[in-house]
Design a protein around this ligand. Sequence first.
Ligand code: BES
Ligand code: ZN
Length: 533
Amino acid sequence: MRRHPKFGALAAIAAGLLLAASPAAQAGEKVWISLGDAAFAQLKKHAPASIAVASTASAQSEPVTAKSGRVAGKVASKVETIHLVEVDEDLLAALSGSVHEELNRCGGFMYHPNKQAGLANLQSHAIVANRPSRVTRPSYVIDEQATLTPLLAQMQSSNIGQTILDLSAFTNRYYKTAGGVSASSWLTQRWTNIAAGRSDVTVEQFSHPNWAQKSVILTIRGSDNAREVVVLGAHLDSINKNGTTETTIAPGADDDASGVASLTEILRVLMNANYKPRRTLKFMAYAAEEVGLRGSQEIAQNYASFGVNVVGVMQLDMTNYMGSPKDIYIYTDYTDGGQNDFVTRLIQTYLPTLQIGSDKCGYACSDHASWNAQGFATSMPFEAAFTQDNPFIHTANDTYANSGNQAEHSLKFARMGLAYAVELGTDGPGTAPPPDKVESFKGSLALNENKSFGPFKVKAGGSLKASTVGTGDVDVYVKIGAPASSGSYDCKSDGGSSTESCSVNVAANGDVYVQLIGYKASSYRLDVSYRPQ
Ligand code: BES
Ligand code: ZN
């Protein structure tokens, strides 16, 4: 394990910010965040002593931004490195602000409840591109015209508009205010009413240990393929970028009452038609998206840890402000290419008059990224191109009126979501992934001794994971195409014990090398799992 200095300077700066910003706030708690190169550079302006305890090259690329203006902001992409850093929680608002001002974009960091969770996320970054190897693949055949044509005709923008108004009537839906809690109860009741009389439908609140707002999950149990699960999501919470307390106005009409309202109209039509899916369908309204995708992250991690076979995820975050010439923009980052192609064909088939565009956020901008980080196939169809989205979000002016007192734009997304739910919902089992090959090695290492393994011949598009357990302190290094060492690796895991894990994504058929180094005298078992060529 490499040691790092303490964060004394950071604490002092954070304390200064605290006094300036909000005299009532408590002394800052330490939290773990991961962020890309550009956002890390911003963090260092606030907290020069910040140190990345781990870094990994991301399979995602990040936009290289120009100096000013949202439209001028995005000019090119480069592969970026993601860093894991421990910071004072009170610094997050300032970081978010400077990312906004200087990089002309939002957020750009992901919150982790502890270091271990942060390290796990970093590893997932290496394997996020397209992962057909790890999940069950639906056939993506489009053949439910007979069911869908009448259902699509029943969808009404007026219902969507009313739900947007209802949700935006809460003072705010912030994750730790009374309004945020009430909005969760209100939606639970609303969805429960819609599902009345259906014994195969449940509505539950998913509790989060560290804040009051609960996520809401409605489940339609599948008839004969219930173990395969399809998720449609939106976020329940809202935020005001100037700070959100009990009395702060944050209607979040577009961001993201519009997404929740789109889901609610899909549910209304499905229940009204007494539709019974073969796969299990889950509708989720996530808590705490605006503070780092925290609700969806806990849910996606929970599902992954229980081995839930999630075959597809669609995120609807902002659907009602038509800021660009095209109707639906399919976002290509933190999403799955195969499923995105399917969603494109769904629109062409069922909504042939609509124009389809594509764009990307350039960072983990919404809850789809939480599922993507766990290896599931996601899509995020969005209301506009990235630089032409609703300018009122995160303010008191994100109102229904400022989306033109209409929900015609959202209706397109609700129809697309309905087609997605019914086409995936009405299928038998998809194609299971081929099992990974696992090789195990046992041995011991003296202090500073190293031992090399491989090469392991890994198939293009596959990943290799090297993990150890044992006594002492073993560090793991993995490199694609050449021997790994502490000075040359694509992935390292060097915590303070012999429990380590490190994954790499392999773009082309290739040789992968693993090296273990004893940071203390150790004994180990190394498991290497990969998709063989
Ligand atoms: N709906 C936004 C994301 C968004 C905004 C996408 C504009 C495309 C254009 C989402 O609710 C949000 O604000 N996300 C945060 C990031 C999150 C990790 C806190 C953001 O973008 O700052
Ligand atoms: Zn949002």
